[in-house]
Design a protein around this ligand. Structure first.
Ligand code: AQP
Length: 330
């Protein structure tokens, strides 16, 4: 069983697409059970801002619908996969509470994502985020979790929780494994050592799934490269061009060797133009489909409701088993 999720926080970018979503689509094969979730409760962790005044961004509903349409347009098939919204299945938050009571607080202190994201006034939700993610996975007894490299540590923590549940309560919950895509870490367009990221304040550092053809050409044109005229892959010495080559390889479905051979005698300008064209073509197809899906919002909402019902059936059964085993009256 494959489980994964994505947050409806602002703009989905090609890092999310190549690192996770395209892999989810590939995994939709006969014989596989796939459960994909828009993790809107996770998205609440960074909605609060405390500056001169206290504010809470209330855009989650529209971001959720937009992301749901993007995912379906990208190839997530709600008839083949269980596709739903996290907050529609209250068992996620319930299991999170149980997990918070079976392990010491300091398990969360080593989480690098929290260390990177915490601000002066971070919420408790940001700190306990990995617990909710562990609950998401354990609730479906997922065997494989296809996510980007930045989430690997959270899967390892989830395994710790599973081991604790199994040893304390004689349960037999599956230990989930991190499943890497061919692009586990797409880097920023202007810094090959920094992850492409939604929270990056500079929009030019990433390509958003909703970017227009013009924006894509402009961003790739301005992306950082070096003064070496030849195009070849060298992660250590040439992280930026290597990142672009990786993106090219993913969008063209050519191997890295094939891409390098194709551009060995071409200029960076040619390469960037072709890369822009490739990305723009694929994203344009998604944009057209997305538009159609959003034209019928009630159908989309109905699809999500049906997905949540299917998810809840599995989640409630697994949660009941855990509740019984830890000694609650069910
Ligand atoms: N740069 C990336 N390369 C490959 N995979 C990536 N993912 C995220 N960034 C990259 C993977 O995308 C999936 C969904 O991620 P998420 O919902 O956790 O997204 P997020 O945290 O809102 O997005 P970002 O860009 O990662 O935001 P920041 O950096 O601001 O927190 C996950 O499988 C993730 O690994």
């Amino acid at each position: 069983m494959y489980f994964s999720g994505i947050q409806p926080t602002g703009k989905m970018h090609i890092g999310n697409y190549l690192g996770a979503v395209r892999n989810w689509v590939k995994l939709q094969q006969p014989g596989n059970q796939n459960i994909y979730c828009i993790v809107d409760l996770h998205a609440l962790t960074d909605k609060l801002t405390i500056d001169h005044e206290i504010k809470f961004d209330q855009n989650t509903k529209s971001d959720t619908l937009s992301l749901a349409a993007t995912l379906i347009a990208s190839g997530i098939n709600p008839k083949q996969s269980v596709f739903f919204i996290q907050s529609h299945v209250p068992e996620h938050a319930e299991l999170q509470w149980i997990l918070s009571c079976i392990a010491p607080k300091n398990w969360l202190n080593k989480m690098t994502q929290y260390k990177d994201k915490k601000k002066e006034y971070s919420t408790l939700g940001l700190y306990t985020y990995p617990l909710l993610m562990a609950a998401d996975i354990i609730l479906y007894q997922a065997q494989y979790v296809p996510v980007g490299l930045d989430q690997k540590q959270h899967i390892e923590l989830t395994r710790d929780y599973v081991q604790r549940l199994n040893s304390l309560f004689k349960l037999n919950i599956v230990e989930p494994q991190y499943l890497e895509s061919t692009c586990p870490k797409i880097m920023s367009l202007r810094d090959g050592n920094k992850k492409m990221s939604k929270s990056d304040a500079i929009d030019g550092n990433r390509i958003n799934i909703d970017d227009s053809k013009e924006e894509i050409f402009e961003k790739i044109k301005r992306s950082k490269t070096d003064s070496i005229p030849q195009i070849y892959f060298d992660q250590d010495k040439r992280p930026e061009i290597s990142n672009l080559l990786r993106i090219y390889s993913a969008f063209s479905n050519l191997s890295m060797e094939q891409v390098i051979e194709k551009y060995l005698t071409k200029t960076t300008v040619d390469f960037k133009r072709d890369l822009s064209e490739l990305i723009a073509n694929e994203l344009n197809t998604i944009a057209q489909k997305k538009k159609q899906i959003l034209n019928n919002q009630s159908e989309l909402e109905q699809t999500l409701k049906e997905g949540s019902m299917k998810a809840r059936e599995i989640a409630s059964k697994n949660l009941k088993l855990i509740k019984e085993n830890i000694g609650l009256l069910v």
